[in-house]
Design a protein around this ligand. Structure first.
Ligand SMILES: C[S@@+](CC[C@H](N)C(=O)[O-])C[C@H]1O[C@@H](n2cnc3c(N)ncnc32)[C@H](O)[C@@H]1O
Length: 332
């Protein structure tokens, strides 16, 4: 193969959708859960996943080329790589690859990336007819899978956030859009003098309340259903926005900052935790923010401009966790 032909093949291998879709369908079917120690034939696999054996054979053949499976004498086995797709694997792959999960479904909106690039708008509503958050509000299973994914992705990061900053400076913290409470729970566990209140959409706030109860934190943590586009609980010492602003375009970020600043009054602090563009934010996540939400991973300068428009001061910037930066914003 000539040099150019090799380059063409490299690009083709990157671009063909066969590989990501074969992996996503395997995840959706829970294919990796269907192999015993003895392996399985295509007939057994098709029966166990309620699929067409001839069509499944072709997916399996592609998975063999990816070294996800081996195929010997009509029997398929999972490789070590393939075992990562099992439900009992200690990772979050199924929560993002299953096309019926919130993130897996959102990833499929990438087929509308051209629309996003031409218009600067999210691709998700173009594909599904409503925005991501409305979709979650209408479909409890999507909401549950999104919340589970958010909690899982922060399993290692939440304790880092709790330990690498002196949260005990604040008597009270409002975690704005706090999800199921993984970050706030970690902060409260690490800093026994701090009390916290979490605000999120109703189903998620209810789950957060259950998590606080399970963690024995009900004396110091509460969860309230609400929107960060409405007035927030007032008078806390700190307002935390963890991975919130990148979900939104600048106009909505201004709204959220306005609500935080109003609630904080003159004495409060706003703490933004995000992956910052230029400080480790991933280009693929940045594109996903565009596709899913019309949001973005922002540079420090972009944050400074947004914050400055409210007369707020960017007081300090520090790496707080793997791939997460803390921006401390004061009101005056
Ligand atoms: C990317 S998750 C981050 C969750 C959490 N802060 C964390 O870092 O794990 C975004 C959160 O914003 C919440 N959210 C979205 N729209 C909201 C709104 N209008 N008001 C309050 N929360 C909202 C979602 O329910 C979700 O929990």
């Amino acid at each position: 193969m000539g040099d150019d032909q090799a380059l063409v093949q490299t690009l083709r291998d990157m671009a063909w959708l066969a590989t990501p879709m074969a992996l996503r369908v395997a995840a959706t079917l829970r294919l990796a859960d269907q192999f015993g120690d003895a392996g399985a034939t295509v007939t057994e696999l098709a029966e166990r996943t309620s699929t067409s054996a001839p069509a499944l054979t072709r997916v399996l053949a592609h998975l063999v080329t990816l070294t996800v499976l081996t195929h010997t004498n009509g029997v398929y086995h999972l490789t070590e790589l393939g075992r990562q797709l099992r439900s009992d694997a200690d990772n979050e792959l199924l929560l993002e690859l299953d096309i019926n999960s919130a993130v897996g479904r959102a990833e499929l909106a990438y087929v509308e990336l051209e629309h996003a690039v031409r218009t600067g708008e999210a691709a998700y509503p173009h594909r599904y007819g409503r925005d991501f958050w409305s979709d979650l509000a209408e479909t409890p299973a999507l909401r549950e899978s999104f919340d589970a994914k958010m909690t899982r992705r922060f399993q290692a990061i939440a304790p880092q956030i709790a330990q690498r900053y002196d949260w005990s400076r604040f008597a009270t913290i409002v975690d704005v859009g706090g999800g199921q409470g993984a970050v706030l729970s970690a902060i409260l566990r690490a800093h026994p003098s701090v009390r916290g209140q979490l605000v999120d959409l109703p189903a998620t706030a209810a789950r957060a309340a259950e998590e606080f109860a399970a963690a024995g934190l009900t004396d110091r943590a509460t969860a309230v259903a609400g929107s960060f586009f409405e007035p927030l609980p007032a008078g806390a010492d700190a307002y935390l926005l963890s991975d919130i602003l990148h979900d939104w375009d600048d106009a909505n970020v201004h709204e959220i900052l306005t609500r935080c600043a109003e609630a904080a009054g003159t004495a409060g602090t706003i703490l933004i935790v995000e992956a910052v563009h230029g400080l480790g934010a991933h280009t693929a996540i940045d594109l996903s923010m565009l596709v899913f939400f019309g949001g973005r991973e922002r540079t420090l300068d972009e944050f400074a401009t947004l914050i400055g428009a409210h007369g707020l001061q960017l007081k300090s910037v520090a790496e707080i966790a793997d791939n997460r930066t803390l921006l401390e914003v004061t009101i005056s």
